[in-house]
Ligand binder design. Structure first.
Ligand SMILES: *[C@@H]1O[C@H](CO)[C@@H](O)[C@H](O)[C@H]1NC(C)=O
Length: 148
């Protein structure tokens, strides 16, 4: 009895963990619906590559930086500039609570990344995109995905 309970508790926790990941094609579909395909000249493949190198498609990823700021969510948005996490200084350019950037519906995140890529440097604001995605063939990221 106790063991059965433990097993179901553990599988429940595993399910919660898994729910924090979004599949590549599901992400493409949400981004397309929210008009990111071609936004400021970046394709859905650019966004998929960015999500992969920043978070491995983990919607709830939080990472602490050496300067005490934190990066939030699938695109690892930084609390020093873009959102307020109430624990480190922030410019809060996106006018968002950083916790909102962990939401599985991605709406606050998309609102914020539109602001980020519209500014100077575009996607180069993400060092990992510059290093691993920029100037490379990226169309394979959309393999098997429908945009709709
Ligand atoms: C997603 O990120 C969270 C927070 O950084 C971490 O605890 C969790 O293990 C990650 N999940 C997966 C499936 O990698």
């Amino acid at each position: 009895m106790a063991r059965a309970l433990l097993v179901s508790l553990v599988s429940c926790l595993v399910a919660i963990q898994e729910a924090r990941l979004i599949s590549r094609c599901d992400l493409a579909s949400v981004l397309h619906k929210e008009d990111l395909d071609g936004f400021e000249g970046y394709s859905l493949s650019d966004w998929l590559c960015l999500a992969f190198v920043e978070s491995n498609f983990n919607l709830s990823k939080v990472n602490e930086n050496a300067d005490g700021s934190f990066d939030y969510g699938i695109f690892q948005i930084n609390s020093h500039y873009w959102c307020n996490d109430y624990r480190s200084h922030s410019e809060n350019i996106c006018h968002e609570d950083c916790k909102e950037l962990l939401s599985p519906n991605l709406l606050s995140t998309i609102n914020c990344v539109k602001k980020i890529v519209s500014g100077a440097g575009g996607m180069k604001n993400w060092a990992a995109w510059r290093l691993h995605c920029a100037g490379r063939p990226l169309s394979y990221w959309m393999t098997g995905c429908y945009k709709g």
